[in-house]
Design a protein around this ligand. Structure first.
Ligand code: BES
Ligand code: MN
Ligand code: ZN
Length: 507
């Protein structure tokens, strides 16, 4: 998708569709003037038409509602689209991102190739990057394997953003950043959408390597032999049931001339398919388990944006990639494995495989100089029970680091909710025969999983993101297709970009 900043007077912009945001009309309070439908003169011309739309109830300004006028008066655009902004006082970058996505999606297949979105709201300039992200994310479809040759026809090809009164130059960097981040998130979504017969651990490594080469990152892939030599017994135990060998992917970014001490690590769970192993999952819905590498995809996708946006801190992505299968070689319940850290783990349930591979990956990150670790993993069904599909669950061993993380996640528009890590929960993790069991029993499944990881992260400041509830949407939204969401990419990128603005973290 082509992205442009539009500077010409809005009525002269010759696009297929000019979109303006209209809010729900506010209740008129005594002595207050009723807010206009939209401030711009471009649509004042159509005020009669707008009044009719509102009076008939066809358009009320409700969030993400749209209505289209063909051949509008007084503007060069061929259509005028009013886009509902909801309640004016609740409008923020989150709504802008989704509204842009809604626009692009609702205009698909309607002969609209070029769209201009007018951001004539207060803070319009701050909305440029989210609007561009939203448009790019909204355009994405999980259609890699649809053979219909017409699938790419009739798409929005050019997305223009206009902010009256702000110089184009000032907006250019924001638009570019939005494009890079949106594309990185779609890169992640494409990886997640790949079925497990196409995307094996080795293929994930190939995709990561070629992205790294193109973006200018250093990459390294450790094969099964190297992992055995290192002693990643927990990772290898999970991998042993599959005839697709495991790999460990490392992507490195380092700012030119960096003199500081900080080193950020992103660790992503890369289970290319999770059958559950011998503790096998029910077949109903098992096909979704191709998404069990969503954490890996987020880490790899974020690295693409980081290579392009060049944040002021070194960042390394660590991705343990395995397939959790059932076979004559598969790991059994009761098996005891020795982790890279030296701790032994009794595998009570082979379906709790994510924490096993992450334990070794987090240890490896620690040994390779990470000063701050963030992992992302589709780790537990229990996080969906706790938070549903709307919040990422966040866990930490360092309140200050998580506080900073929650701020950047919020700025990036990725809802994230802190989960407790009281010492009491550790009591659920007792093994009679090894140092740790890989499951904690019936209660607080997401928290015991996090405590398991923490045993390998401590004392390095660490944040764990359980994205099992948020990495996939079963029913599409007006702004996003069904399927992989690419969640965590934006928070990862924002964390790296904002590093020096985070007091207490920069050295
Ligand atoms: N990849 C799953 C997490 C998951 C489960 C995501 C269901 C989405 C839906 C993970 O490897 C897993 O199987 N976790 C188990 C842990 C249990 C055995 C302690 C789970 O959540 O059921
Ligand atoms: Mn599992
Ligand atoms: Zn899993």
């Amino acid at each position: 998708m082509q992205i442009h900043i539009e500077t010409s007077p809005i009525e002269t912009v010759s696009v297929d569709a000019l979109a303006v945001i209209c809010f729900e009309t506010e209740e008129k309070k005594e002595g207050e003037r009723q807010a206009p439908a939209a401030a711009d003169p471009a649509i004042a011309e159509q005020s009669g038409w707008l009044a009719d739309l509102r009076a008939s109830g066809e358009f009320t300004g409700k969030l993400y509602e749209t209505a289209t006028l063909h051949r509008p008066k007084g503007v060069a655009a061929r259509r005028l689209v009013v886009a509902g902004g909801g309640k004016r006082e609740k409008f923020s970058s989150v709504e802008v991102r989704r509204l842009a996505g809604t626009l692009v999606r609702s205009l698909k297949g309607k002969g609209v190739r070029s769209v201009a979105l007018l951001l004539d709201t207060p803070n319009g300039d701050e909305y440029v990057a989210p609007a561009v992200e939203g448009a790019i994310l909204g355009a994405w479809e999980p259609d890699t394997y649809k053979t219909d040759s017409k699938k790419n026809e009739n798409q929005v090809e050019a997305f223009n953003v206009a902010v009256p009164g702000v110089a184009a130059q000032a907006l250019q960097a924001a638009a570019e950043r939005g494009r890079i981040v949106g594309e990185a998130q779609n890169f992640a979504r494409n990886l997640i959408n790949e079925p497990a017969n196409k995307l094996t651990p080795e293929e994930l490594a190939n995709r990561a390597k070629s992205m790294a080469k193109e973006a200018g990152l250093e990459s390294e892939v450790l094969d099964q032999r190297a992992l055995a030599e290192l002693g990643m017994g927990a990772l290898l135990g999970v991998a042993q049931g599959s005839s697709n060998p495991p790999v460990f992917i490392v992507l490195r970014y380092r700012p030119a001339g960096y003199q500081g001490k900080d080193h950020l690590a992103f660790v992503g769970k890369g289970v290319t398919f999770d059958t559950g192993g011998v503790s096998i999952k029910p077949s109903d819905g098992m096909e979704k388990m191709k998404y069990d590498m969503s954490g890996a995809a987020a880490a790899i996708g974020a690295m693409q944006a980081i290579a392009r946006l060049k944040p002021p801190i070194p960042v390394t992505a660590y991705v343990p990639a395995v397939e959790n299968m059932v076979s004559g070689n598969a790991q059994r319940p009761g098996d005891i494995v020795t982790t890279l850290a030296g701790k032994t783990v009794e595998v009570l349930n082979t379906d709790a495989e994510g924490r096993l591979i992450l334990a070794d990956a987090i240890t490896y990150a620690n040994r390779n100089g990470a000063t701050h670790i963030v992992d992302a993993a589709t780790l537990t069904g229990a996080i969906t029970v706790a938070l549903g599909h709307y919040n990422v669950g966040a866990f930490t061993n360092n309140e200050e680091f998580l506080e900073r993380f929650l701020k950047v996640a919020k700025a990036a528009g990725e809802k994230t909710w802190q989960m407790p890590m009281d010492e009491e929960y550790k009591e659920y993790l007792k093994s009679a025969f090894a140092d740790l069991p890989n499951i904690g029993g019936r209660y607080a499944g997401s928290i015991t999983a996090a405590w398991f990881l923490r045993e390998f992260a401590d004392p390095t400041p660490w944040v764990h993101l359980d994205i099992a509830g948020t990495a996939w949407i079963d029913d599409g939204k007006s702004w996003l297709s069904k399927g992989p969401t690419g969640v965590a990419v934006r928070s990862f990128v924002e964390l790296a970009l904002d590093w020096n603005r985070i007091p207490g973290l920069a050295d």
